[in-house]
Every structure is written in structure tokens, then in C-alpha cells.
Design a protein around this ligand. Structure first.
Ligand SMILES: [Zn+2]
Length: 156
């Protein structure tokens, strides 16, 4: 359960999850991003040195902290995520969104949310694909399709 103090967390705060050691916020963020990236990479649970080197932020301290906490283990060319509960959750979430997007495509329509628009964003109630958005970015293709192309002009 989140308590009201969560809103006041800053970069020096520590985050504790059940069964997990306390980590600094930036370290926890790296852990989360690394998991998502490892799945996109097709190597769930493996954080490559290339990925860590590509991140603009300083990652060495965080990696050391995660290793010291027993959450990451050094392997050839990167780290293996020992604390894999979040990896499993992220994989499930990924598969679930893929499945829901397929269901919308088969239905031939997305499901607009019931609630009134607050922000100008309308996302499919089922799969979460944006249907309308104020920033001109990509929206779902017709007939329950996936996210369309980004028609915004790239500045060059
Ligand atoms: Zn949908």
C-alpha cells in the first residue's frame, strides 16, 4: 500500500519492496528500465554492458549497488538479473498487452473509455492504444489496428 509520503520521494529516498533490499531511487529506476529493455532485446533478465554504456546517466554505482544487494550477478558482457520477480511481471504484462492488441484487431475496433475526457487523450479501454491525442503523435490505425505511423515532421 502506498502511503501519502510517497509523493515526497526524491532522488535520495530509498524504495523498499517486500523481499527486496532498500535501493536508491535512481538505482531502482535503472533496475526497472534494464528489465524492460532486456525483454525488448529478446534476452529477458540479461542486462548487457552495451545497454549500460548507452545510457546517458552514470550507471556504474547503480550496477554495483544492485550487485551488492544480490539482485544482479556479473556475467560475461553484462549482468544477470537474479531478482527475477519483476522480470516475470514485465514479461506477463508484455504478453498481455500483445494479446489485447490482437483482440482489438480481431474485433476490428478499439473500445473508447466511458469516462469523460480530461486531458484530450483517449486510449482504448481494452488494450491502451491511443485513439486521440493532443500532441499530434501516432494513434491507432482504423478498424482496431495497431499504433499508426508518427506523422509529426522530424526536425532536421
Ligand atoms: Zn484496443
Amino acid at each position: 500500500m502506498a502511503d501519502a509520503d510517497d509523493a515526497e520521494l526524491d532522488d535520495t529516498s530509498f524504495i523498499e519492496f517486500e523481499g527486496m533490499p532498500a535501493l536508491s531511487r535512481s538505482t531502482f529506476q535503472l533496475h526497472s528500465f534494464a528489465i524492460i529493455n532486456s525483454i525488448k532485446d529478446g534476452r529477458p533478465g540479461f542486462v548487457s554492458d552495451d545497454y549500460l554504456n548507452a545510457i546517458a546517466a552514470e550507471t556504474t554505482t547503480a550496477a554495483v549497488e544492485l550487485e551488492a544487494a544480490g539482485m544482479w550477478e556479473r556475467r560475461d558482457g553484462g549482468y544477470f538479473i537474479v531478482a527475477d520477480e519483476m522480470v516475470k511481471m514485465a514479461i506477463n504484462f508484455n504478453e498481455q498487452s500483445n494479446r489485447k492488441q490482437d483482440e482489438c484487431a480481431q474485433r476490428g475496433a478499439h473500445l473508447p473509455p466511458d469516462e469523460s475526457r480530461k486531458s484530450g487523450w483517449v486510449v482504448c479501454d481494452h488494450c491502451g492504444t491511443p485513439l486521440e491525442r493532443p500532441d499530434g503523435g501516432p494513434v491507432a490505425l482504423p478498424n482496431g489496428g495497431p499504433l499508426g505511423p508518427d506523422t509529426r515532421k522530424e526536425e532536421s
